[in-house]
Design a protein around this ligand. Sequence first.
Ligand SMILES: [Zn+2]
Length: 176
Amino acid sequence: MGLELVTNLLEVFTAEDPMAFEHPEGDPWADFREIMRIEWKMDFTYKHILGKYSKFFIELANGKFLATECKKCGKVWAIPRPLCADCLGITRWKELPGTGKLESFSVSHFVPAFMEVEIPYVLAMVKMDGAGTLFTHQLSNYGDSPEAIKIGMPVKVAYAKEPVSHPMLLMHFEPA
Ligand SMILES: [Zn+2]
């Protein structure tokens, strides 16, 4: 018997040093170059606590877009922050209209399989009306091609109408 005992074995191969250089005493990793590759199905379920950010998602489910406002300096954070990053003041919740302006975006033609999203995936950075920060989230319903997306275009929050598998999916952006 031998490696046939490992039913999920894909291969055993010799790894090369991707950044090889002349070592005075030879290859220091020579004893560790034999590499086993296996196929390993992993299926994890996490309990994920949303903590002080929970109310943001609870109100998203109610069709409301919340930011936080610093009680000390007045800065409005969207994405909300319980603590103001500028002055360390504690913030309070503040509802915003959910509209804004596209400041920047990135078009991705590859996403991890678990994300279960449409491709291309457009990640937008939006200056929300009433906030002093940028909010990053997916931009959808922009038309047939990402060519239609323009910096400065007005966008709005669109709330999920179908059941979602994560509270983050309760919203996306779309052209206003
Ligand atoms: Zn502050």
